[in-house]
Design a protein around this ligand. Structure first.
Ligand SMILES: *[C@@H]1O[C@H](CO)[C@@H](O)[C@H](O)[C@H]1NC(C)=O
Ligand SMILES: *[C@@H]1O[C@H](CO)[C@@H](O)[C@H](O)[C@H]1NC(C)=O
Ligand SMILES: *[C@@H]1O[C@H](CO)[C@@H](O)[C@H](O)[C@H]1NC(C)=O
Ligand SMILES: *[C@@H]1O[C@H](CO)[C@@H](O)[C@H](O)[C@H]1NC(C)=O
Length: 461
């Protein structure tokens, strides 16, 4: 990706890492950490992409995972490789858990054909044997058909090798939060390590989440649209951990990264650093949210995690600020581009679209955009859809022909529709001046650009 680097954020991280590096006890890890640190420093100074390759090559599977031991508590691995593993890691919560509700929601929200393309992997990571036995028994009782059909698999994993780096088990050297962060990362690493051969993609979920209907199809279509574009993590929820989708081919690097910074940083912060190291500089967040939390009271140590404010789904009416319109698409049926932006019952109709055709909205003044939605075509019949196109953000300066000089990719249309949250790189906060729809394949039929909705952040425009 050609976007710029969030220098502020990186400097913070580097400083943080550097301090940590000063007092690490583990020789082997120390070397690796220093390498990652150097890479991050180079990234700031050079913007060269070569070191990303170095990072990719450097990460080997950690000995903790090479020798990990797994016990299958219920079910069996699927016979064929699936599209998606729904991975859930669960521990014992003092005030009861939503694990069973979460599983029920996963299966209720997905149709029979959808379930054929997924496998649900539950990693029970508590050491208490009685809890493991009871929980596995409860899952087996409630989800017997899914277990028999190999749609659901329950495992318990233990890291190999000892002692754990950072003396995970030695409470005297570890603060409660550090212990929690480490345990969480080991749990996720064990889950992901097991999942990496089950499917092409991996969806990370917590044990207190409910899912929107047909979330599997929504993820499938998004993955198809993003297939040829660069991404590391696609986010389908505004929750910090749940709803993130990875390629399973990236999981071994991610687990190594988790284990490298075991105590230092909570898992969700490491995730954003991870996508950055692989070249994705801002989160890619598809709307609407497909995953929601059942509640937070049992997140063990509230002092280690701040309250997670879930983004309100109800954005209200779009703002669609004053703008001008530029397009090289042919207008047909006496429609004009403005219709899609200003008139709720009308649309812009065009024909013979080829790659390179553009529809550009140029705001009268730059705005901090929060969400963008483009609808094309008509209804469920999927007629007049723009099948292949992408939405880009443009920044000042504006050229003589009234379009922006620089654009960055926001994302592709998914089934004729685009709906994404907009993020800004820290340290490079820039207001958006242009929003552009770019056609990426020939369309030999009539296309309707039906509704463009722009939400802007209030406050400074
Ligand atoms: C969470 O807290 C609320 C109110 O404090 C309570 O009603 C609810 O049962 C709690 N949930 C769990 C799982 O303990
Ligand atoms: C298992 O189910 C039984 C009966 O509903 C319940 O009493 C018990 O707390 C459950 N145990 C676990 C670990 O979920
Ligand atoms: C979620 O992420 C935000 C931003 O990084 C952070 O401020 C918040 O503490 C996180 N919430 C939890 C529950 O970790
Ligand atoms: C687009 O759809 C939104 C609802 O999502 C509606 O409020 C708005 O009026 C529509 N705008 C246009 C130009 O059709």
């Amino acid at each position: 990706m050609d976007e710029m680097i969030p220098v502020d954020l990186l400097l913070q991280l580097c400083f943080f890492l550097h301090e940590k590096i000063q007092n690490v006890e583990h020789k082997l890890l120390l070397k690796e950490k220093e390498k990652v640190w150097q890479i991050l420093v180079q990234q700031i100074s050079s913007e060269s992409k070569n070191h990303l390759e170095t990072f990719k090559e450097m990460q080997q599977r950690s000995p903790l995972l090479q020798h990990a031991k797994y016990k299958v508590l219920a079910g069996a691995p699927p016979q064929q490789k699936k599209l998606l593993t729904v991975g859930i890691s669960s521990v014992q919560h003092p005030r009861g858990s939503y694990l069973l509700d979460t599983l029920q929601s996963v299966f209720e929200a997905s149709s029979e054909p959808e379930q054929k393309s997924i496998v649900v992997l539950v990693h029970l990571s508590d050491p208490d044997p009685e809890w493991l036995r009871q929980t596995a028994a409860n899952i087996s009782r409630l989800f017997a058909p899914h277990i028999d059909a190999r749609k659901l698999l329950v495992i318990h994993g233990l890291p190999g090798g000892s002692p754990l780096p950072g003396n995970l088990n030695d409470a005297s050297h570890t603060s409660p939060c550090e212990a929690l962060y480490s345990r969480q990362k080991v749990d996720y690493a064990l889950l992901m390590n097991f999942a990496s051969s089950l499917s092409d993609y991996f969806l990370l979920m917590e044990d207190h989440v409910h899912c929107s209907p047909k979330f599997v199809s929504a993820i499938y279509w998004a993955l198809s649209a993003w297939e040829k574009l660069p991404w590391v993590i696609l986010e389908f929820s505004s929750l910090n951990i749940s709803g993130k989708v990875f390629r399973t081919s990236d999981l071994s690097r991610l687990t190594s990264f988790f284990l490298l910074f075991l105590k230092d940083i909570p898992a969700h912060l490491l995730l954003s650093k991870f996508s950055f190291l692989l070249g994705q500089t801002v989160p890619i967040s598809l709307a609407p949210n497909l995953f929601h939390s059942w509640g937070y009271n049992f997140t063990a140590k509230n002092t280690c995690y701040q309250e997670e404010g879930e983004e309100e789904e109800n954005l209200g009416k779009p703002n669609n600020p004053p703008a001008s319109f530029f397009t090289n698409m042919m207008s047909t049926g006496s429609t004009i581009p403005e219709y899609a932006y200003f008139m709720s019952e009308s649309y812009f109709q065009t024909q013979y679209l080829m790659p390179g055709h553009k529809y550009t909205v140029v705001f009268d003044k730059p705005h901090k955009v929060s969400h963008i939605k483009f609808l094309t075509g008509m209804g469920k019949q999927r007629i007049y859809y723009l099948q292949q196109g992408q939405v880009e953000l443009g920044y000042e300066p504006v050229l003589e022909n009234n379009v922006c000089a620089r654009y960055s990719l926001l994302g592709p249309l998914v089934k004729g529709k685009f709906y994404q949250k907009v993020y800004y790189e820290e340290g490079f906060v820039e207001a958006v001046k242009c929003v552009r729809l770019l056609v990426t394949a020939p369309h030999d039929y009539t296309v309707w650009i039906r509704n463009i909705s722009i939400w802007i952040k209030s406050g400074k425009g």
